[in-house]
Design a protein around this ligand. Sequence first.
Ligand code: AMP
Length: 486
Amino acid sequence: MTSLCQKGYCFAGGNEIKFSEECGVFGGISYKYPIAPYIQQGLFMLQHRGQESAGICVGERNPFIYKNKGLVMEVLSDRVISKIRGRMGISHVRYSTQGGSDTTHAQPYVVTYLGEKVAVAHNGNVKAAVEMRKNLEKQGEVFITTADTEMILKKVIRELRKAPSKWTFEEVGKVLTENFTGGAWSILFFVPGKIFAYRDPMGYRPLSMCESIDGVFVSSEDTSFQMLEGKSVYHIQPGEGVEISRDGFEVKRFAEEMPSKKCVFEHIYFARPDSNVFGKNVYSSRVELGRKCALENPIDADIVIPVMDSGFAPAIGFSQQSGIPLQMGLMRNRWVGRTFILPEQQMRSTGVRRKLTPIKEVLNNKRVVVIDDSIVRGTTSREIVRLLKESGAKEVHFRSASPKIVNTCHWGVDIPTKKELIANKYDDTCGIRDFIEADSIAYLSIDGLKDIFGRDGWCYSCLLADCEKPENENSTKCAKLSESVC
Ligand code: AMP
């Protein structure tokens, strides 16, 4: 039987499980050659943002659309790309976590309205999506997918009620702002002859653009532009967008500036280290996180080892700060996919061992500090500690380069329900240490994190318990969050 969860959203124990979208978008216009190879390359650089499906929409008036389940180079293979003509296009990689993983959910999402095609590629999550969907359904709207993206597009069509070729950047921006502010959307629209790109007024997700001798391109992360020559890169600000056509491009503000809510998890885990997200280099942030973690949680040990890949830069920082040498105690098999999205807990545990194998010669009889970017359910850390001990490590001290994850995310990062989070399962940090069977455990503090990124302008929502959020600041403090080491 298909559960509600598999259909895209569900309720468990009073907690709404969001239909999470951790995606990447890339698009633009090329001046001299077909855009498809640029899209293939640009999207390939965003593969880490979604491995479930990939898709492309290229053309000017009657675009060619191709999308499927699979990785970028599988779906948009050289053979497919070589057949696609046209200089304008948008594309998408998708990673959803709660059902809806069939090809219908692959993006760009395309509809025909008044005889013209309009397509959309989206990274983020709509606020109060379930209620909005119900309201639209009551008004007679029908949906093919469970994704927020379809709802955004259908809402825009309802509000504008004219052929997509007559849509203006400002009109679409107005509909988005009036209906979806508070949600996360870095979003690309393909309308006849034009591409509109928008970053939501609170700026949860990144979006960058690049002007080069080859053309004008927009991407979730600026690492996509590495292959372009003679380029200048601009990080699109919250409430700003860019309109692109054969006549040129223009960066425009479509919404008033608001207090921004840049997702700190982009820096902790999600984005590529060679990207500059929200204008800040991700690798440097992660090294800083590791340094700070070492300062806050000193430990006497023989070696520091990273959990590859996102624990690598923090481990470098930890090693630099502590003076403890960095070693490769765990080898990552690069051909194994992400363990996080395997459905059953048992499969997840096995997944860790398929992905990471110990180098016994490095570990034997050593006091090891192991660094990961984050601890979510505790599955990875527990398996790693066991693996290291079985491989001869004398002591294993686990360090998380981010604070405890205590809340779900409604803005597009895949974080499970509150009750699945290991930090919520134990009243004190020693319980977590015992669960993962480590000799000690420590997290970076929330203050330490804010020292690095700043007090304001960032979304720290998944790292703050409800009672700690600014809107609830008068309620009782959560004592268990104040200590982060055991
Ligand atoms: P867990 O095993 O549930 O504690 O998950 C922790 C591991 O998952 C760490 O190695 C992280 O690098 C990784 N991770 C953290 N957040 C996410 C996410 N949103 N999606 C996929 N993997 C994640």
